[in-house]
Structures are given as C-alpha cells and as structure tokens.
Design a protein around this ligand. Sequence first.
Ligand code: T4K
Length: 373
Amino acid sequence: MKPFEKPIYVTRPMLANLEDVNKELNEIWESQSLTNGGAKHQKLEEELKRVLKVPGISIFNNGEIALLVSIQSLRLSGEVITTPFTFPGTPHVLAWNNITPVFCDIDESTLTIDAEKIEGMITSKTTGILGVHVYGMPCNINKIQEVADRYGLRVIYDAAHAFNTEINGVGIGTFGDISMFSFHATKLFNTIEGGALTFNTPHMKKRIDLLKNFGIKNEDEVVLPGINGKMNELQAAIGLINLRLIDAEREKRQKIVDTYTQNLSGIPGIKVFEIPNGVKKSYQYFVIRIGGEFGHSRDEVYSDLKKYNVFARKYFYPLCSDYSCYRHLPSSNPENLPVAKKVVKEVLCMPLYGGLKLDEVEKICEIIKELRK
Ligand code: T4K
C-alpha cells in the first residue's frame, strides 16, 4: 500500500469561514474593545452556559490557567489525589500551587482514576481530588463524590476532553465543585487557545473572576493575589462562530468513529475504547488499545503508521508519575500503579477530525490489518 501523499495528523482544528471571522473582527475594531471582559466575552459565556448545560461559567485565555485558578479558588493545599494517566497540565497545576500530587491507579475499563482506590490514599494532608474525564470518558462521579463528602474533600474535574459530554442529559461540567474545559485548537470546540471553569454555585464566579483579573475589585481595591487569565475579544469571537459549527463537526466525527469501529473491531489484539451508552460523546479522541495478541507492540504500530504518513499519538505516554519532576514521589512507585503502567504501553490515539475522509479512515484501518500479517 502506498503512503498518503500528505501527512495525516491526529487532529486538525475546526476552522471558521474567513468572511464570518472578518465580520466579527469589524465589530471588534468598531468597538475598540479588545479584552478585559468585553461584549464578545460576555456573549460567549452566556452561550456556553446553555451549550454545556451549566449554571455557572468563567472563560479563560487557556485551559491550563483555568485549572490553576480552580485550585486557588477552592484554597486547596497539602496533597491532592489525581491520576497519572493524563496530559502534563493536570499535575502541574498542583505543583504550581505548592501541592503534592498523589497518583492513584486508574480503572482498567474507563482509564479514569480508580475511585475504589482513592480512600486508601487519603492522609491528614489531603484536601481534594482532581479527576480527569480522559478522552471524554466520565470519571466514576458518584463514588468520587461519596468519598469526598465523607472526608470533607473538594472535587475538581479536568474536563479538557469532554466538551459537550453529558451523562443522561446532564452536563458533565455540573459534577464536583469545579470542572475545567479546554478550548485549544486541537479540541472539538476551539477559541484558538482558551478554556473555562464551570460550577454549580453561581456565587463562586465572583472569586474566580477576581482571580483571573489580578484580584482587581475596582480602581481603588485589589483584594486577591490574582493572575491574568482573561480571554480576549478575538478568541471569544472565534468561539461564537465555532459554536455554530460544532454540531456538524460532531456528526462528521461520529461517522469517522463508526467507520474505524466497524473496520477495527474483531482484529485480534485490537480493542476499541468505547464510551458507554447514556453518555453523550465529545468525539474529541478515537483511541485503540493494542494488546499482545496483535503480534506487534503499540510502539511498532505507531512507528509503522508514520511510514505511511499517518501521525497517530501515544496520548498519554509517558505517565505523569514517570516525569523526572514527579518520579521521586512515593505514589509514583510502579507497584502503586499496575493498571496505568500496563495501559500506557497499549493506547494509541488515531486521527480524528471532521475533514478526514471516510476512505482515508478505511485505508488507515487496512494499513493496520496489513501490519498484522
Ligand atoms: N488537561 C488535559 C487533560 C489536557 O489534555 C490539556 C491539553 C490540558 C489540561 C491543558 O489545556 P490547554 O491549556 O491546552 O487549553 C495538544 C494540545 O496542545 C493540548 O491542548 C492538549 N491537552 C493535548 C492533549 O494535545 P500536543 O503537544 O500534543 O499538541 P501538538 O502541537 O503536537 O498538536 C497535535 C496535532 O494537532 C499536530 O500534530 C497537528 C495538529 N494541529 C495542532 C495545532 C496546535 C494542527 O493541525 N493545528 C494546530 O494549530 O498538545
């Protein structure tokens, strides 16, 4: 089989029509209001509240600063229990807040933090749980909340991959104390860079909004050591346009996921990572697990696909607990993380974006089948 003529990446951003962008830019130029909570910012917050089905929201310049602020807003300290199977941005917000990440193993079927193991990791220093809805798969929210309530812990969800995810019609951003969404270019919904915190108790917005604007209350008062986490008007404008495009994008991605699933299911050693019924999918990632029965390791498949110009990604390898900045921690001991250690060698994120053609998806599946021979 011939390689693809042009590289096929793990994702491509959803791009708005330039005429629509120009229209928005004209309005911004007219208003001369470029940032600091302008009209577009306010409108995007209102629209996102509806789309994400959340009572409270604050939008940010990127997801990472939003997550950093979520820790400050809940005044977490000491130790926070989290997953090692995530993007570096998750544990780093703890380190930046002088908090020790405590890595808990993951559940083999959901690949999210193993809620049954959280209780055993709680110490007198624990103040919170930071779960990640990895690849848009919801954490075991009921069990996590039950443990948190019993020990008086706060719960934050990193929902960077879970835009539009709902559990039985309930927005994923309503669970726990705060959830963070990423609107990075590589996400289903993008504002180029961007993010949001969502929460159930609308009074939380006041503190979060202060924290993202240097703690400035008014011209005479600065009441908190805040940071600059504000989304600007150009980002917000892109968001307003892109919100109109996501339903069509999700439909295209659904067809791609169906095509992958049909073509890859039944190949010995390949397991398609499926999100259960009752969960509305974000279609941000399509993930397979490559087990021993396939006859080639995940790393071999990853490298072989490159020869065909297909750039799949090993998200989230290596485990955060293996980074040089965290591997000294007691919870990073491999004996504490047997499932994560195994899974991280098997996962492969396949290309998924609306512009990917179905015959290209079929060819990628054929390449994988050929590799097995
Ligand atoms: N928590 C979790 C669980 C996260 O996954 C993330 C981010 C965060 C927190 C932090 O949220 P943000 O602060 O980013 O809002 C990418 C993204 O940059 C990152 O947002 C994302 N997670 C992560 C999973 O993926 P890289 O280093 O893999 O990106 P990169 O540049 O290699 O891009 C991947 C592919 O996408 C490229 O090969 C081509 C394509 N691409 C990328 C960009 C940026 C484009 O076609 N156009 C583009 O503009 O991290």
